[in-house]
Design a protein around this ligand. Structure first.
Ligand SMILES: CC(C)(COP(=O)(O)OP(=O)(O)OC[C@H]1O[C@@H](n2cnc3c(N)ncnc32)[C@H](O)[C@@H]1OP(=O)(O)O)[C@@H](O)C(=O)NCCC(=O)NCCS
Length: 192
């Protein structure tokens, strides 16, 4: 077991070989580490659980894009992608990803972030740790900017992203329709 790191100092370097243990706000330890192929089914289950809530993520369930499939099943073959998993009491309880833009050299300096936690594990500081680890990794990779987009109704996510240094750069109005109701998309970015 690695040393427990205070939640306030999520500065441990993260790469393919490192992991670190942190404390939630209520002092429960959780591990943060890169996802391994054995984690794939638990990560997909977590994504599906958050998708099933319907108000946080674009898709209705896990979508097996080439990027996701490669990162989940052959993570060592895509070192320019990061998929972190938080683990508590042996259970994968969410994910945080940093995926480079796949569309070639004009956007090679940026990457997109996505994050989700199972419902019982929210609002105890885990999202903050995951984002800080992701930002640390992205900087070490030489990336120049991270982007994220969220529903305008998701104030908790917006607050988290602002907390770790993202700024809102624009809104795409009525970008989504959730059960007949329009929802705006908030675009955010953080330079590294
Ligand atoms: C969004 C999410 C990743 C945030 O992670 P988290 O672990 O719950 O957040 P943290 O406990 O680290 O809190 C981070 C910040 O969020 C904000 N926040 C937390 N709870 C909040 C609430 N109920 N309302 C508004 N803001 C809130 C605070 O600014 C907090 O900072 P503080 O701890 O200094 O007060 C997590 O709640 C989640 O998975 N939600 C569902 C899926 C989702 O929304 N994913 C993101 C899609 S873009």
């Amino acid at each position: 077991m690695s040393a427990i790191i205070s939640i306030a100092t999520a500065t441990a370097p993260v790469n393919d070989t490192t992991e670190a243990t942190y404390l939630t706000k209520d002092h429960h330890p959780f591990l943060v580490r890169p996802s391994m192929s054995d984690d794939a089914s638990q990560v997909i289950a977590a994504i599906n659980a958050v998708c099933a809530e319907r108000i946080y993520l674009l898709t209705e369930c896990y979508v097996p894009t080439p990027q996701w499939e490669e990162v989940l099943h052959t993570p060592l073959e895509c070192p320019d992608h990061l998929l972190l998993v938080p683990q508590m009491d042996g259970q994968v309880i969410g994910w945080c990803r940093v995926f480079p833009n796949p569309f070639g050299p004009k956007v090679r300096h940026i990457a997109d972030v996505g994050i989700g936690l199972l419902q019982p594990f929210r609002e105890i500081g885990i999202g903050t740790v995951l984002m800080e680890c992701a930002i640390e990794w992205a900087g070490a990779q030489g990336l120049e900017k991270l982007t994220v987009s969220t529903f305008s109704t998701n104030q908790r996510a917006i607050n988290l992203f602002k907390k770790v240094g993202f700024t809102a750069t624009g809104v795409r109005h009525r970008q989504y329709k959730v059960d007949g109701d329009y929802v705006d998309e908030v675009l955010m970015e953080r330079f590294l």
